[in-house]
Ligand binder design. Structure first.
Ligand SMILES: *[C@@H]1O[C@H](CO)[C@@H](O)[C@H](O)[C@H]1NC(C)=O
Ligand SMILES: *[C@@H]1O[C@H](CO)[C@@H](O)[C@H](O)[C@H]1NC(C)=O
Ligand SMILES: *[C@@H]1O[C@H](CO)[C@@H](O)[C@H](O)[C@H]1NC(C)=O
Ligand SMILES: *[C@@H]1O[C@H](CO)[C@@H](O)[C@H](O)[C@H]1NC(C)=O
Ligand SMILES: *[C@@H]1O[C@H](CO)[C@@H](O)[C@H](O)[C@H]1NC(C)=O
Ligand SMILES: *[C@@H]1O[C@H](CO)[C@@H](O)[C@H](O)[C@H]1NC(C)=O
Ligand SMILES: *[C@@H]1O[C@H](CO)[C@@H](O)[C@H](O)[C@H]1NC(C)=O
Ligand SMILES: *[C@@H]1O[C@H](CO)[C@@H](O)[C@H](O)[C@H]1NC(C)=O
Ligand SMILES: *[C@@H]1O[C@H](CO)[C@@H](O)[C@H](O)[C@H]1NC(C)=O
Length: 467
């Protein structure tokens, strides 16, 4: 008894405060197919744009094997079960079930893989949360133009319908596209990610024009054909960091607002409010005209398209990692570029979890979503197991999230750590986000829990955050 009292005293004295985590706030972890599955050329899977992009460049690190989750999914579920998560967010590899992206041939082994994964999760009491597109487009669809070709929308519809048909009875949370900002900016703007196109002045906007309509199609077909039977929910995953203005000048506070609009409003405004943000329409039209273009580099939605996209959400899915400082920057008319259209530069800010609460407030005020789920948040480190830095980071972010929920009364229903385990970070294995370590030089891809994994498990079991 004395011992117990001493221990209790120690706990109370050593922690400043204990916050209770509401029972209805879900905790989970996330991954993506290309980053964890491996088995890139096995069991009938078709080639995806990341396979091709990294093989063509002869990169020594690629997703050929990565965590080998295609074979080790049962072990992954065991780890999720031990963590005590409410949900697991993962993605389906489109070419694993449709090798060339079309319905011409359906790969039954691929269908079975996700069926088994989903059943395994459900048996373990874990809610599956499924991303339809987390960047691994079938090569054939990309050769047809990918997001630059409006026909993409029809191919995506066929794929989405098949997935809803197969897994609709078991999955209640669907995510159409992961991080369209990263997709269009990286793959069709800067060209540093697959498919590697450098079309920073115009292709980047065409990509967004097609992608938003594909998202809307994915939402609408669920709504019409599947919601009556299965009553699930569908959303799009948008990513944005928080920004503080570099100074209190109007120029910098305008710059901060512009950056938020060009990065988040670009997607959220059409889906939640209808049409592109006005600031994008105006600035891109203005610069396009001064650059000598006959029309704006930003495609114009018809009223019919606006209506089709507007309202295609059942919640707001948010990925966020950091806070930066935004500064107004004027660019002369030179080569057309998204970055010159934005006219803002930013620098990183040290650890600032309060930015998370501000961002959640921003999302809630501007887009008035039914509810919000954090679909990704986490810290990138190098390879070590004693990751107290990750614990500090996640703790601060959850604390800030609880402020948003309890004090600002914002309806956030879930928080998802990126990532369940170390995985292939789109070009490198050195950048590690996992709660669980993966040994990538070991052919067995051995998983070892990090300190943050044990810590997260404890939070989920006690529902108490020591801050
Ligand atoms: C699959 O790819 C690996 C390289 O990751 C290669 O060694 C192997 O031969 C390929 N298998 C087939 C069936 O093509
Ligand atoms: C802006 O003004 C506020 C209030 O006067 C001050 O606390 C803050 O430090 C200022 N920010 C900057 C970046 O100068
Ligand atoms: C988008 O939908 C909302 C809700 O129905 C509506 O109030 C708004 O006017 C629509 N936006 C546009 C641009 O049509
Ligand atoms: C572009 O915007 C500037 C500043 O508002 C304005 O002076 C100029 O007339 C605009 N040019 C065009 C072509 O719209
Ligand atoms: C814009 O052009 C003017 C005139 O050529 C030049 O003085 C200025 O440095 C340029 N600004 C930038 C940001 O390049
Ligand atoms: C910003 O990032 C750079 C490069 O990653 C790093 O060297 C620097 O310390 C960071 N600055 C702050 C304030 O975090
Ligand atoms: C983690 O452990 C290594 C030794 O294995 C040590 O060098 C390092 O300082 C430790 N880091 C922390 C954050 O404790
Ligand atoms: C990773 O696996 C390799 C090969 O089995 C082994 O030599 C190495 O010690 C392992 N690394 C760690 C940190 O356990
Ligand atoms: C490979 O991993 C499995 C599951 O973690 C384990 O049971 C087995 O002993 C490991 N094999 C080797 C050779 O490390």
């Amino acid at each position: 008894m004395v011992m117990k009292l001493c221990l209790l005293f120690f706990i109370l004295a050593s922690s400043q405060a204990a916050r209770y985590i509401p029972k209805n706030l879900w905790f989970g972890t996330a991954t993506a197919s290309y980053q964890i599955e491996g088995a890139w050329n096995e069991s009938g899977k078709g080639e995806n744009i990341w396979d091709k992009f990294l093989h063509d460049a002869n990169r020594d690190q690629n997703g050929d094997v990565t965590c080998d989750s295609y074979h080790k999914w049962q072990e992954d579920i065991e780890n999720l079960k031990k963590l005590n998560v409410n949900h697991y967010r993962f993605s389906i590899s489109w070419p694993r079930i449709l090798p060339d992206g079309t319905l011409k041939s359906i790969n039954q082994e691929g269908i079975d893989y996700y069926y088994n994964l989903i059943q395994g999760l459900i048996e373990a009491g874990i809610e599956p949360m499924v991303t339809l597109y987390h960047w691994d487009m079938p090569v054939h669809i990309s050769e047809l133009g990918g997001f630059l070709n409006p026909q993409f929308i029809d191919y995506f519809e066929d794929y989405a319908r098949l997935v809803y048909q197969e897994y609709g009875p078991y999955v209640r949370y669907w995510l159409t596209f992961n991080e369209p900002y990263s997709i269009c900016n990286g793959g069709y703007g800067a060209g540093q990610t697959a498919p590697g196109l450098n079309l920073i002045g115009d292709g980047i906007y065409q990509c967004s024009y097609v992608l938003l309509k594909a998202h809307a199609r994915g939402y609408r077909i669920y709504d019409e054909e599947f919601r009556p039977k299965y009553n699930g929910k569908v959303g799009i995953v948008l990513n944005i960091n928080w920004f503080e203005p570099a100074s209190n000048t109007t120029a910098d506070s305008d710059a901060r607002e512009r950056l938020l609009q060009f990065q988040l409003g670009w997607w959220a405004n059409p889906v939640f409010n209808g049409n592109w943000p006005q600031i994008m329409i105006d600035r891109i039209a203005n610069r396009s005209s001064r650059e000598g273009f006959a029309r704006s580099r930003l495609p114009q939605f018809t009223q019919e398209e606006i209506d089709y996209i507007n309202g295609t959400h059942d919640f707001f899915a948010l990925n966020t990692y950091k806070t930066y400082v935004a500064e107004n920057t004027e660019y002369n008319i030179t080569d057309p570029s998204y970055w010159f259209d934005v006219g803002v530069t930013w620098t990183n800010l040290t650890y600032y979890p309060e930015g998370f609460r501000k961002l959640i407030n921003f999302v809630n005020d501007r887009y008035r979503p039914e509810s919000i789920i954090i679909t990704e948040n986490g810290l990138q480190t190098t390879d070590y197991l004693n990751d107290t830095d990750r614990i500090t980071y996640i703790k601060g972010y959850i604390n800030s999230l609880l402020d948003a929920i309890e004090e600002d009364k914002i309806n956030v229903f879930g928080y998802t750590v990126w990532s369940l385990m170390d995985n292939f970070e789109w070009g490198s294995y050195d950048s590690r986000f996992g709660l669980i370590n993966v040994n990538f030089t070991d052919s067995n891809r051995t998983r070892t829990w990090k300190d943050s994994g044990y810590w997260f498990k404890n939070i989920l079991e006690t529902r108490i955050l020591d801050v």
